[in-house]
Design a protein around this ligand. Structure first.
Ligand SMILES: Nc1ncnc2c1ncn2[C@@H]1O[C@H](COP(=O)(O)OP(=O)(O)OP(=O)(O)O)[C@@H](O)[C@H]1O
Length: 236
């Protein structure tokens, strides 16, 4: 995690970050560096500030103090985001393929250019959605829905992929299936991953590093160094 330990180029440096809401100090003095190709799991009890951190990184919230530096700069770092699972309307009319393509910026043109069609097709294949590409999103299973969100997040080839409890509520096979797709993308593209989770086995199986957020502090390290007592404390 530290720049000494990792020779890859850094993508994101968070320094002395603090966030205080009017009625609550969430975290302070949070510092870490995320490198290209790194898979960082963000762990911690409910309410410790994991989603708040992600919202700051996504510019949805402004931190109270501290800095977030992107390399080379924020405008040149493409981010993909996969949300937490939630049910969608069974009448939702867009097909999986159209839903995946929604994230392409096509300036309100009502058709896809050839290169865009190719990118959609490629992404559908790499996320294992070919069989259901023409199925309305409202008719697919929970695991397939999360794969469609992943495909939508991957379509612009992000250098950083953020998963905010995206595997919660999936069955165990689906969790592994989804994260295998994430891992393959990460490795083939030297992308970085931030994975917010309460799932310790998944952290161990897929991430290289962890950030354990705790009331009043945090721990940062290699997943091999995660201690059982720490895991239990994190497993709220
Ligand atoms: N916009 C807001 N205004 C005031 N308080 C907020 C706001 N957003 C979050 N909080 C509070 O900040 C704390 C951290 O919330 P956050 O959602 O970041 O925690 P979390 O670690 O992601 O929790 P969980 O694991 O339950 O998702 C909580 O006490 C929450 O109630």
């Amino acid at each position: 995690m530290t720049s000494m330990e990792n020779k890859a180029a850094s993508l994101l440096s968070v320094k002395d970050l603090a966030m205080t809401f009017p009625n609550k100090a969430v975290f302070k003095n949070l510092s870490f560096t995320l490198h290209q190709g790194e898979f960082l799991s963000i762990l911690g009890e409910n309410g410790v500030g994991k989603t708040t951190l992600i919202r700051i990184l996504l510019h949805q919230l402004r931190q109270t103090s501290g800095s977030v530096m992107w390399h080379p700069n924020r405008a040149n770092v493409t981010i993909g985001y996969v949300p937490q699972f939630r049910n969608i309307d069974t009448e939702y009319p867009l097909t999986v393929r159209d839903f995946v393509g929604l994230a392409l910026d096509h300036n309100w043109r009502p058709w896809w250019r050839h290169a865009e069609k190719q990118r959609i097709n490629e992404t559908i294949v790499t996320t294992d959605l070919t069989r259901i590409a023409r199925t309305p999103l409202g008719k697919v299973s929970g695991g397939e829905l999360q794969k469609a969100y992943l495909a939508q997040a991957l379509i612009r080839k992000p250098q950083l992929l953020i998963l905010d409890e995206s595997t919660a509520s999936l069955d165990n096979n689906m969790k592994y299936e989804l994260l295998n797709l994430v891992k393959r993308y990460q490795q083939e593209n030297q992308a970085a991953v931030l994975f917010v989770t309460h799932d310790i086995p998944l952290t161990k199986a897929f991430s290289s590093h962890y950030l354990l957020m705790q009331a009043g502090g945090y721990q940062l390290g290699h997943v091999a160094d995660l201690k059982e007592s720490v895991l239990e404390a994190a497993h709220a």
